[in-house]
Design a protein around this ligand. Sequence first.
Ligand code: HEC
Length: 97
Amino acid sequence: MRRVALLAALGAYAMFACGRVTAGEETIHLIDAPGRDVTATRCVTCHSLDYIPMNAAVMSRGSWEKTVRKMIDKFGAPIRQEDVAEILDYLTAHYSG
Ligand code: HEC
């Protein structure tokens, strides 16, 4: 009986660990909607995704655009031009004030 419980615990841990790697996220979960995956994977490479909800209240499409541009131009974020529009649509729809 004990062994079964231990295996189940290990299995749950493995699933949890893999889920984290696949999603490319840390502690927070962005709102599930079209554009979420591209935003989460592109934006988590340098800093926490917390930056997104933390800034949402004061953001609009224009200010998100400036922020995303800054991430690319100033900080060298590897975000393709064709992903920018999708990320902006997602951020504007779900994370603007
Ligand atoms: C190449 C690394 C890199 C990537 C990729 C990146 N950022 Fe940043 N980001 C930074 C740095 C550096 C700062 C400023 C320093 C800090 O506070 O950590 C920052 C700060 C921020 C801030 C705080 C406000 C500000 O303007 O400084 C927000 C919001 C933000 N990033 C959003 C995003 C979003 C949205 C994405 C995805 C589109 C993204 N970042 C991708 C490097 C990056």
